[in-house]
Design a protein around this ligand. Structure first.
Ligand code: SF4
Length: 882
């Protein structure tokens, strides 16, 4: 079979790294960073480096299904069209909705919006990007007259001050973070400030960390604006020539944050640190302010975004190298979705429902018979409308709302009641799929063909390199085939994604006349060949900028009616979900380093689950004492909405009174670990973005009688105990635990696993070990302990891949190969370097992350683990000197 090489784009975060692939005509064999892609210049983080490990066929959804039975595409699409038409005829077009995803390609997104907003006539099309950056969209639109991100990654190379607010870039935008590290290494005079309640890995780069009280970000930026005025650091000429609204914005800032000492008290940060931030901000022309979910996922996220932009407009710091307000987008194509109107309050090509002229223009261009004329429901409202029975049919594509939306239990109830749930998905097992009436198998990364746009407005190709498995089809094809069956054959008769892209590009330039910032009309005539070989390019791409545009607003022209940028008066608001005597802890949620969203893909790569293998609760030592929980003990957070179980991790990186939980775990990976269960559906009034950074709960320890590790060749359902699942290379590993004792473990084995081939029952130490061997192959092994101190996995996993000889048989219940040392958590996922080896190297003299890298290679690829390496040097270097 011939081996081919190609270029595509990573499907995970908004950095949008270019990926070189080696593949044959069936599978991706290897990946590496694309040196020619400007976003990453040859580097990949650990998630990107493991892409080829997530593309195996096992677990893929292969056949369309209707009401639980497999059917051909013809039958399935006919049935879908008939059912949708029936619902529309009975209840009107607004009884139908779509819920899309930043994982879709721009071309998929474009036809989905066109079908719903122009032809079915419903604007109830929202996307999981609503949960990610919709507050930024509104903030940019209010300030600039369009959803226009002004900066470019190359600005990092020019900045003198980088402020990261609500952004753990070290874990969530790792390659961009590495660029920040490189910039600071080149010029140590560059100042970096982190504003975040948690001391995250990003703090490692920071000269200053403001661990502020959650939700007080706008107060800090109002304080900066007031100080800029007081210290004469404004750019009066820029304000006069290019902005409006300055006086009102300044007045609001002075009223709420005119007194730095008072702000420091309210934000709970040391005054000296706040003064340092203000000094640097006032005196540094080349200032970049990065922000992401810590700002957006708030009930006042839009105002927070505008409080940041205000400071840049008041100093004229945008449109030039090394400066600007820079939203780091979470998903690979959230920006592409925004371009085509993927949000319920948007129309295509950066138009919306605010003017009838926009609706008319898009309708004319599409020759649409049923243009929606008003905004649809945003994500939270949309699922509430489903629960009320107002929306009768919902089509969910490439996302898992049962896990990712707030009040996850209510979302489940809504979908259970919905008349018609359609799910397009590439994986066979997701929480949302369990509730689908019609299941549509979709192509995935390396199969899909189209474009994505990253955080710096750069459009890149995601290429179809291998064929989709089974009957899986591309999303754009599925949508167009349905549209044809609903009577729109001519308008949805696209030959390829290239044809869709050309139409999208034409619409962006249609009656534009420099009134809309998003304009890629320069690519409206791309041939199929030119589309296929398209190099990454930053929009706008038009007659004036045929090679793209690294930076917006260099000429001071904005897209508001007056062509001036707007400063907004911001009155800081407290989060809606406040702790109470019953629920005294603030709950924060977010991503972890090696996982992506709901783990449907990253959860398939064994090495990506070795950094954190189960849901956890990070808590300050004071709170651990207060709630009587111990490090690594299982515990439960609970509030009026739901429960979340995870393992306690005591850390002073948390503020007292606040806990952090990861957002990734689903019912496919654990019993009770959905973070969304704890968050109320409180949203920002302008953007509709949920407040996922502040919930509230109480905490109780779970006093487990026993913990066990079970490794099995075939996956099992073990619902009668607490469990988490980790796929390994040759088997599946479960951790099990319970507060109730098991009377007879041998009986338990027989009822859950089969008759043990060998076992060891050490009742005095509450320890039981057993294994099932069939035809000299290991089928399962169970290791029960009274505590969480269970043996490690690597050797046991390898036993599922070999014949079990007499020696191995003797070792099995010892759970490790002869002479094997204790293993521990994998810190460097790229080179699989474990914590005990790193600690030994530190004790033996390695005194820096660099020295560890030279000795063990850890931290020398993507660099994401460098902050953890430094922490280990800090902690265990003391042991050496002691
Ligand atoms: S930084 Fe983001 S886009 Fe780049 S390789 Fe990692 S996950 Fe993929």
């Amino acid at each position: 079979m011939a081996t081919l090489k190609n270029q595509t784009t990573c499907p995970y975060c908004g950095v949008g790294c270019g990926v070189n692939t080696t593949h044959d005509d069936q599978r991706i064999i290897a990946v590496s960073g694309d040196e020619d892609h400007p976003a990453n210049q040859g580097r990949l983080c650990v998630k990107g480096s493991a892409l080829h490990e997530t593309t195996a066929m096992e677990g893929r959804l292969l056949k369309p299904r209707v009401d639980g039975r497999e059917h051909s595409w013809n039958t399935t699409l006919d049935t879908l069209a008939t059912r949708l038409e029936g619902i529309i005829a009975a209840h009107g077009p607004e009884s139908v909705a779509m819920y899309l995803s930043g994982q879709l390609l721009t071309e998929d997104y474009y036809v989905a919006n066109k079908l719903m907003k122009g032809f079915i006539g419903s604007a109830h099309v929202d996307t999981n990007s609503r949960l990610c950056m919709s507050s930024t969209v509104v903030g940019y639109k209010r300030a600039f007259g369009g959803d226009l991100q002004p900066c470019s990654y190359e600005d990092i190379d020019h900045a003198e001050l980088m402020v990261l607010v609500g952004s753990n870039a070290a874990w969530n935008h790792p390659i961009l973070y590495q660029r920040m590290v490189a910039a600071k290494n080149t010029n140590p005079d560059i100042k970096v400030v982190l504003i975040d309640p948690r001391r995250t890995a990003t703090a490692d780069l920071a000269d200053l960390h403001l661990a502020l009280k959650p939700g007080t970000d706008a107060l800090i930026f109002n304080a900066i604006l007031a100080a800029l005025a007081e210290r004469n650091a404004l750019d009066a000429d820029y304000i006069d020539a290019h902005t409006e609204g300055f006086d009102a914005a300044l007045s609001a800032a002075q009223t709420s944050a005119g007194d730095l000492a008072q702000v420091a008290r309210e934000a709970d940060v040391p005054l000296i640190d706040l003064e340092q931030l203000v000094d640097w901000f006032c005196s540094t022309e080349r200032t970049l302010t990065f922000f992401s979910q810590g700002i957006n996922q708030s009930s006042s996220g839009t105002d927070k975004v505008n409080s940041i932009i205000n400071c840049h407009l008041a100093t004229g710091r945008l449109g030039r190298p090394g400066m600007g307000p820079f939203s780091l987008t979470g998903q690979p194509n959230a920006m592409g979705g925004r371009e085509v109107g993927g949000l319920a309050n948007q129309l295509a090509a950066h138009m919306d429902f605010s003017q009838s002229a926009f609706v008319g223009r898009v309708g004319r261009f599409w020759q649409a018979p049923n243009m929606a004329t008003r905004e649809g429901y945003k994500a939270v409202d949309l699922f509430e409308a489903i629960e009320r029975g107002e929306i009768k049919a919902v089509w969910i594509m490439a996302t898992n709302p049962l896990v990712s939306l707030p009040d996850a239990n209510r979302v489940r109830r809504a979908l259970e009641k919905c008349e018609l749930v359609i799910v397009s998905e590439c994986m066979a097992n997701t929480d949302t799929l369990e509730l689908a009436d019609i299941v549509l198998p979709a192509s995935g990364w390396s199969e899909k063909n189209g474009t994505v746009t990253n955080s710096e407005r750069r459009i890149s190709r995601q290429r179809g390199l291998v064929p989709p498995p089974g009957d899986a089809k591309h999303d754009w094809w599925i949508i167009c085939e349905l549209a044809k069956r609903m009577g729109y054959r001519d308008t949805f008769d696209y030959a390829s994604p290239a044809a869709i892209f050309r139409e999208h590009a034409r619409l962006s330039g249609f009656e534009n006349n420099r009134t809309r910032g998003f304009d890629i009309s320069g690519m409206a005539e791309l041939s199929d060949l030119a589309y296929d070989s398209l190099k990454p390019i930053q929009w706008p791409v038009n007659e004036q900028a045929p090679k793209g545009t690294p930076r917006l607003f260099a000429d001071g022209h904005f897209f508001t009616p007056s062509n001036r940028a707007r400063l907004l008066p911001v009155t800081p608001q407290a989060p809606k979900q406040q702790p109470s005597s019953e629920y005294p802890l603030i709950v924060n949620s977010g991503r972890i380093r090696d996982q992506w969203h709901t783990m449907t893909r990253t959860g398939r790569a064994a090495r990506l689950l070795q950094h954190h293998a189960e849901p956890f609760i990070e808590i300050h030592p004071d709170d651990a004492r207060r709630f009587q929980v111990e490090h690594l003990q299982l515990a439960e957070l609970q509030n009026e909405l739901g429960r979340y179980r995870g393992r306690i991790r005591i850390t002073d990186q948390q503020r007292p009174g606040e806990v952090f939980i990861p957002m990734h775990w689903t019912r496919q990976f654990t019993q009770t670990g959905i973070s969304g269960s704890l968050f109320a559906p409180e949203v920002d009034p302008f953007s509709g973005q949920p407040e996922s950074k502040q919930g509230r709960a109480t905490l109780k320890p779970l006093h487990m009688c026993w913990e066990a590790r079970l490794l099995v060749r075939e996956e099992r359902s073990i619902e009668d105990h607490w469990w988490t699942r980790v796929p390994l290379n040759h088997c599946t590993s479960y951790r099990l635990a319970d507060t109730e004792a098991v009377e007879n473990w041998r009986d338990w084995c027989e009822s859950h696993l089969g008759v043990p081939s060998l076992w060891l029952d050490d009742q005095a130490h509450k320890r039981f070990r057993a294994a099932g061997i069939h035809n000299n192959r290991l089928d399962w092994i169970l290791l029960v302990e009274p505590s969480a101190e269970l043996p490690d996995l690597a050797w046991l996993d390898s036993c599922f891949d070999v014949e079990i000889d007499l020696d191995t048989r003797r070792q099995l219940l010892d759970a490790k190969a002869p002479g094997e040392q204790a293993t521990g958590a994998v810190i460097c996922s790229c080179f699989q370097v474990r914590e005990p080896d790193i600690i030994s190297a530190v004790i033996e003299g390695a005194d820096s992350a660099q020295a560890l890298g030279e000795q063990l290679k850890c931290g020398t690829n993507c660099g994401s683990c460098v902050p953890e390496l430094k922490e280990l040097v800090k902690v265990h270097g003391v042991e050496k000197s002691a």
